[in-house]
Design a protein around this ligand. Structure first.
Ligand code: CU
Length: 97
């Protein structure tokens, strides 16, 4: 789960890969996961990669897996899709080769 600024590792996969992300909310706030085309737009989630949504986010302590197939090659981001959270640093690159 994206956390502190600068501490998030880039993820690299190949187009067509089936990717499973284990998401764990170990903070005291509400969060949600998604791979997006635009980190400033939480609605730009691709490939049904969301776990939780801004309207129905993960509660503190919740965890789970989301599995999706990586699409076209390019540089995407994985972010917290709760509005404002990506700008706080819950943002890193998700690179499809
Ligand atoms: Cu968040």
């Amino acid at each position: 789960m994206p956390g502190q600024p600068g501490s998030n590792s880039d993820i690299k996969v190949k187009s067509g890969d089936t990717v499973t992300i284990h998401v764990k909310n170990d903070s005291k706030s509400y969060h949600a996961f998604g791979v997006v085309t635009d980190p400033t737009d939480p609605s730009s989630v691709v490939w049904n990669s969301a776990f939780g949504t801004p309207d129905n986010p993960m509660k503190p302590g919740k965890s789970g897996d989301v599995t999706f197939v990586a699409g076209a090659p390019g540089t995407y981001h994985y972010i917290c899709t709760v509005p404002g959270h990506a700008a706080l640093g819950m943002d890193a690159k998700f690179i499809v080769q």
